[in-house]
Design a protein around this ligand. Structure first.
Ligand SMILES: Nc1ncnc2c1ncn2[C@@H]1O[C@H](COP(=O)(O)OP(=O)(O)OP(=O)(O)O)[C@@H](O)[C@H]1O
Ligand SMILES: [Mg+2]
Length: 354
């Protein structure tokens, strides 16, 4: 079963829900008829009664009985119908979050509910297999790309060192190297993302110094910020953290590379790391143009780039990667604009130690 069949299944489920609604309407109508019969019976009882002393308590009794009867019947009916639908709502939420392992079981006597549940399970199963095929494909293709790209880059580098190249030829070789490096970064990011999404990344946890790791990131990216004459103002409190050291480095690398990329030439990027209210808080600020409110809603999505002037300088995968890594670490990230220009990214981590 593929996409078209899944849509068919959804259409089928719509029919089942329609049948369910019809049944519900019939039950409510039956309840109404019972109420009407009750009031007709009560009315004829009153007209035949001679003693007025008995009339008032009888009226009160019948009204009370009617209200209680309707209340019990209505709550039974709504529970009967709404419980399985609530259960399905929860399972749908799981599917929407990308967890295709959600399945529904029921002992319901209602045929439509049983059919909706089995249709839902079929859909979840198929969506799960499509997801596996797709992510396996992405991961295999990216992996297969890596070797030839590395070879092209290696040969281009050898060519760069050859004597006797004309100016134009040198420019072409430089172009090949820059493009292959860009492609290699893209493939690296796609592979890492797909590994995190498939949960096939090693979950090694260890205690390490977070401030030291951030300093390593600053040093590792020296060529990038020096090229733009950017000053890094870092005030990093000594913080020990227990988590996946190999993954965490990507967070600082990506946030720093963005801050530098979107800063004006010769500006300052500010980084702070401290413990506050039992949490670890990291902030990075730049004085660039900031991010529009609309773009802030999408920057953590894969391949989203808000600023068209910098599209050449990335693939829109950095923040998606950061968000996924933080989800694994049970951490959070938020972006906001700073009054007077620029933006601030805040990373909040749990204070975890070994
Ligand atoms: N510090 C920042 N200032 C302004 N805009 C930013 C900043 N950081 C991120 N953005 C916006 O969010 C988008 C997504 O960022 P992200 O890091 O995911 O992608 P990228 O930097 O464009 O490419 P990549 O990270 O894959 O090299 C950016 O293209 C940019 O529009
Ligand atoms: Mg980036």
């Amino acid at each position: 079963m593929r996409s078209r069949e899944i849509f068919e299944e959804i259409r089928n489920q719509k029919d089942q829900i329609f049948g369910l609604r019809m049944r519900l309407s019939l039950l409510v109508a039956a309840e109404l008829v019972i109420c009407i019969l009750l009031s007709i019976g009560a009315n004829s009882l009153f007209t035949r009664m001679s003693s007025t002393a008995l009339r008032v308590p009888l009226i009160v009794g019948i009204i009370a009985f009617g209200v209680i009867f309707c209340f019990i019947v209505t709550s039974l009916i709504s529970k009967w119908f709404s419980d399985p639908i609530k259960k399905m709502g929860k399972a749908m939420e799981k599917i929407a979050d990308g967890d295709f392992s959600a399945r529904l079981t029921t002992k319901s006597k209602i045929k439509e509910i049983r059919e909706i549940y089995s249709g839902f399970n079929m859909m979840a199963h198929e969506l799960g297999s499509i997801e596996i095929i797709q992510s396996d494909f992405v991961s295999n293709v990216s992996h297969e790309f890596k070797t030839p790209i590395n070879a092209v880059e290696g040969y281009a580098m050898l060519l760069q060192d050859c004597d006797g190249l004309e100016e134009d030829q040198k420019k072409y070789v430089d172009g090949i190297i820059v493009s292959t490096q860009r492609l290699s970064t893209l493939i690296g990011s796609i592979l890492l993302l797909s590994k995190i999404e498939n949960r096939s990344i090693p979950t090694d946890q260890s205690e390490f110094s977070l401030d030291e790791q951030i300093r390593q990131s600053i040093v590792g990216m020296e060529s990038v910020w020096e090229e733009k004459n950017i000053e890094i103002d870092a005030d990093l409190e000594s913080v020990k953290y227990y988590g996946n050291e190999n993954l965490m480095i990507h967070i600082w690398d990506n946030l720093l590379s963005n801050a530098v990329k979107f800063s004006p030439y010769g500006d300052v990027v500010t980084m702070r790391l401290k413990k506050a209210n039992g949490k670890i808080v990291f902030t990075i600020e730049d004085n660039g143009e900031g991010i529009s409110e609309e773009a802030q809603k999408h920057i953590f999505e894969k391949f989203y780039q808000a600023d068209s002037s910098h599209k050449q300088e990335g693939n829109g995968l950095g923040l998606a990667l950061v968000k996924k890594i933080l989800a694994l670490e049970d951490g959070e990230i938020k972006a906001e604009n700073i009054d007077g220009g620029g933006c601030r990214f805040t990373v909040i981590l749990k204070n975890k130690t070994a």
